[in-house]
Design a protein around this ligand. Structure first.
Ligand code: 0RA
Length: 636
């Protein structure tokens, strides 16, 4: 090929990849850890595309010592022949042209993963260097690129006995601020891909540590659901696998005896965390099929309650995975499926499969329906309990909880409430407060862990009802921030393990039922002192061990005799001390509770609460051991 025609083409290509280098965030999300890992996933996704097309069975990933990465697959190999329009080998086009990934060579449609379908050229653009090796037609070919530009022509380099593609790249330190791969993040994605593509084997070698892992899940989604439902599974997973109108629908569905919902949805192996039309179709299939079956079996009488969406989702674990030719991704993080035709398609496919399952597994079917009916009754009971709370709210002050010492001020924006651990500390707080704007609600003992209890039970709990009534906002869907009776909710508990537990229980309740209160920055944690240091007539309070050491060192320097008293609980302080150290706005320190939703959707916070407050003891023990030494300021 003469190089004369190249220039014009070349300019266009370079402009394309220059754009990627100018705005990397637009293509890989960030120049931090997220973007760095995106590079690997983009290359792997290209190999997964070969697997989806049925030509690739194994993908090997190696993280090298200097954080370059190699991805090898046994697919057909990227085409090496010259693409007529461009006058360059296919490999070079794939590597240097934006969006050139699946746009040539293959016939018919190509199902494509790739987080945003940006293609491997983006990885090339953001790499200091990238080398590609293709085994195809009995030959081995290699080519090298530097910062997206061709550094060598495609060369024949000997014979090949297999087919496949190997890509090695070194993330560019001019682009990325984070350059070190986290093997755990890579492993998690490879494991996920192994579940989503049963039969595919993925391996991961971390040369920095020598650790080697293999991911293969022959059982696919069914295996994934089983792994999620280790305990209390109701019947065997329901397995769905159908292709209709060119769309492949795979799903695994299983109930457990718990009441949380875990539904994961994927489109072309992308986790659609924002849901979309496929999830809507899936949910209505579930609601409809279970209602139909319950009525046909006479388990639900006419005029009896109807089973609603939230009932059929209680204790449900499911994975839905779609492969479709032209997905439309919408939403904030482009993880919401928009294709309107998909809703009806998924609804009918899943509906038919569910009906068949119920016919062939009557025992499991009845168990599931019984569980859903129980959930519906609990929902009904919770509604009645809520009505009761709401009606009480609507009445006058006399229905406020007896234990509440309210403030005189009527303008909520000027008021605050201290939720205090224990009756005696509550007494001190009542006596020490400024009753004009400070209200006190003592809470007795450990409140209910709402992570483990259903709503009706939660609302039956006296301490929680008192809290809800005092705050005035209502809960859940009826929550209304404008109805709040106080502008600051201040949790005040002892500075010991029990106090920390009570604080966590209260935060769990607020997070699950009044999250907006936290989001709007209305929730605080009081900081009582840990030590009282008496030196003659002078009193010093210390709020940490460090502060105590500073004060005592200072006193020792001036040769002043002193005595250190450790406060074991709030109750050890008299009302005046409590006011002075912890409640007086002029002097006190409050920690404002924040939601760290840096992961975009709060899933991390959600997971954290499940870890800390859910049924399983082991993850909680591990978490506490891991972070016990690190946690200083509480920031959930
Ligand atoms: C374009 C067309 C064909 C395969 C590929 C690209 C391909 C790309 C990558 C990236 C990593 N591994 C890959 N394997 C294949 C179709 C080739 C044909 O028709 O033979």
């Amino acid at each position: 090929m003469a190089d004369t025609n190249y220039d014009a083409q070349q300019i266009q290509v370079l402009e394309g990849l220059e754009g990627v280098r100018k705005r990397p965030g637009m293509y890989v999300g960030s120049t931090g850890s997220r973007g760095l890992h995106h590079l690997v996933f983009e290359v792997v996704d290209n190999s997964v595309d070969e697997a989806l097309a049925g030509f690739c069975h194994q993908i090997d990933v190696v993280i090298h010592k200097e954080n370059s990465v190699t991805v090898t697959d046994d697919g057909r190999g990227i085409p090496v022949d010259v693409v007529p329009k461009v006058g360059k080998p296919g490999v070079e086009v794939v590597m240097t042209m934006l969006h050139a990934g699946g746009k040539f060579g293959g016939g018919g449609y190509k199902i494509s993963g790739g987080l945003h379908g940006v293609g491997v050229s983006v990885v090339n653009a953001l790499s200091e260097w990238l080398e590609v090796e293709v085994h195809r037609d009995g030959k081995r070919y290699t080519q090298r690129f530097e910062r997206g530009q061709r550094a060598s022509p495609l060369r024949e380099a000997g014979k090949a006995t297999r087919t496949g593609t190997t890509v090695t790249f070194q993330p560019d330190s001019e682009i990325f601020v984070e350059l070190e791969y986290d093997v755990k993040i890579v492993a998690e994605r490879l494991d996920e891909l192994a579940y989503l593509n049963s039969g595919l084997v993925l391996t991961l070698l971390d040369e920095r540590t020598g650790e080697k892992q293999e991911f293969a899940h022959k059982g696919g989604l069914v295996e994934l659901v089983r792994a999620q439902n280790k305990k209390g599974a109701l019947g065997d997973p329901i397995s769905v696998h159908r292709v209709r109108d060119g769309v492949e629908v795979d799903a695994a569905i299983q109930y457990n005896t718990g009441y949380l919902e875990h539904v994961f949805t994927y489109v072309n192996t992308i986790n659609t965390t924002e849901g979309g039309t496929h999830l809507v179709g899936f949910r209505s299939a579930l609601t409809r099929s279970i209602n139909d079956y319950a009525r046909r079996q006479g388990l639900l009488k006419n005029g009896d309650l109807t089973l609603q969406g939230e009932d059929v989702r209680e204790g449900l674990t499911a994975v839905l995975s779609l492969k479709l030719p032209e997905p439309q991704f919408e939403g904030q993080t482009k993880t919401k499926l928009g294709n309107p035709e998909v809703k009806g398609l998924v609804e009918s496919v899943v509906g038919e499969e569910l009906a068949e399952y119920f016919e062939t597994h009557p025992g499991d079917g009845k168990k599931i329906v019984a569980k859903v009916i129980q959930a519906a009754r609990a929902r009904e009971a919770a509604r009645q309990a809520r009505d009761l709370v709401r009606r009480k709210n609507a009445l006058d002050i006399s229905t406020l909880p007896g234990k509440l010492a309210d403030c005189a001020e009527k303008d909520p924006t000027k008021c605050e409430i201290f939720v205090v651990e224990g009756e005696s500390a509550g007494g001190s707080a009542k006596a020490g407060r400024d009753r004009q704007f400070q209200a006190i609600l003592p809470i007795q003992g450990k409140i209910l862990n709402v992570e483990k209890a259903r709503q009706d039970k939660m609302l039956g709990h006296e301490e929680i009802r008192a809290l809800i009534t005092a705050l005035g906002t209502g809960i859940d869907k009826e929550f209304n921030i404008d109805k709040r009776r106080y502008d600051r909710v201040i949790l005040m508990a002892d500075a010991d393990v029990d106090g920390a537990h009570i604080r966590t229980l209260l935060l769990t309740f607020l997070y699950r039922y009044m999250p907006e209160l936290i989001e709007r920055g209305k929730v605080y944690i009081a900081q009582p002192p840990l030590y009282l240091i008496k030196a003659g007539k002078k009193h010093h309070y210390a709020y940490s061990d460090g502060e105590r050491d500073e004060v005592t060192a200072d006193l020792a320097k001036h040769n002043t005799a002193y005595e250190v008293q450790r406060y074991k609980g709030l109750a050890e302080m008299n009302p005046a001390q409590l006011w002075e150290t912890t409640m007086n706005p002029a002097q006190r320190t409050l920690l404002q509770v924040e939601l760290d939703r840096s992961d975009g959707n709060g899933a991390e916070v959600d997971e954290l609460f499940k870890t800390l407050m859910g049924d399983e003891v082991e993850p909680r023990r591990q978490f506490i051991q891991k972070y016990a030494k690190e946690v200083r300021n509480l920031d959930i």
